[in-house]
Design a binder for this molecule. Structure first.
Ligand code: AMP
Ligand code: FE
Ligand code: FE
Ligand code: ZN
Length: 281
């Protein structure tokens, strides 16, 4: 069984529509995969139909933007009820915050570069969660940089003069809201220090106390030491460990199935969830 529990589509900052991610997942030989777009579940229905067609199991999920004392944290939620009001309210607020933040960043960039808001909108699907990768795509299309990676390294990194933060809920609150929605919360790439600042273990402990069930330890943004620390910390907090690709289509070099999750962990996720079911063809 090959299980990959973290992927993105054009419902957020991936480059393939949900059905495209599904067909790529089937082609990559995955048996089960999760669609986890940033702050939205709008890709779920298209993914569900495509998963039935391609004969692949689908875990419907989300990656929730959170913030703790200025540090960005990503929380994966699996099999939650997408209509649960508490979580929904926070997601609407985050997506609105992202919209004004992206506009502010483009305003700042346009003072130095030939870039306009319309250039960015060309790369955002209607209703999609907007993020820095869409600004990156516009910079690439304009020939200002060669790739999303270069766009982040030059202009979009956290702390850049063009960087603007956006509203996101506290992670402990987000964990509770996922639980109230019948979902299962897993912290995404908790120690990925190459992305920017990370929180210390006390925050992860507080998230575990609030009902978080797992840590995404096996992820390409973690060093060997970070993986070892994650395995130890998960064991000491009674959390399970997942591994995933964080696939973004051609937006990143992450390959489907490059990290995978043990079938026994998927069983635990299914056992804990009450908001939605794993879809089996
Ligand atoms: P945002 O959600 O707007 O804060 O942007 C963060 C997203 O940008 C992440 O989910 C990644 O998909 C992507 N990202 C972050 N850092 C980089 C990087 N150095 N190169 C390419 N993409 C990145
Ligand atoms: Fe992303
Ligand atoms: Fe993430
Ligand atoms: Zn992700």
């Amino acid at each position: 069984m090959r299980i990959d529990l973290h992927t993105h589509s054009t419902a957020s900052d991936g480059t393939q529509p949900p059905a495209g991610v599904v067909s790529s997942a089937a082609l990559a030989g995955l048996d089960v995969f999760a669609l986890t777009d940033h702050d939205t579940t709008t890709g779920w229905d298209e993914a569900a139909a495509a998963a039935a067609y391609h004969g692949i199991e689908l875990v419907r999920g989300i990656e929730i933007s959170c913030q703790h004392q200025g540090v960005s944290i990503h929380l994966l939620g699996y099999l939650q009820d997408p209509t649960a009001p508490g979580l929904l309210e926070e997601l609407v607020r985050s997506r609105q915050g992202r919209q004004t933040r992206a506009q502010r960043m483009v305003e700042l960039l346009s003072q130095d570069l030939q870039l306009h808001w319309d250039d960015v909108l060309e790369h955002v699907d209607p209703g999609a969660t907007i993020g820095r990768p869409h600004i990156a795509d516009a910079l690439v299309a304009k020939g200002i940089v060669a790739s999303r990676y270069e766009a982040f390294a030059e202009y979009l990194y956290t702390g850049s003069p063009y960087f603007v933060p956006h509203y996101a809920p506290d992670p402990v609150r987000a964990v509770r809201l996922v639980g109230e929605a019948g979902g299962v919360a897993v912290m995404a790439h908790p120690f990925a220090s190459k992305r920017g600042r990370v929180v210390d273990d006390a925050v992860i402990e507080a998230m575990a106390s609030a009902g978080m069930a797992g840590l995404e330890v096996h992820h390409r943004d973690h060093s060997g030491d970070e993986v070892r620390h994650g395995v130890d910390l998960a064991a000491s907090l009674g959390l399970f460990v997942t591994g995933s690709s964080d696939y973004h289509g051609v937006g990143k070099s992450n390959l489907l199935g490059e990290n995978t999750t043990d079938p026994s962990v998927l069983e635990q996720i299914e056992g804990l969830a009450t908001g939605a079911k794993v879809l089996r063809p």
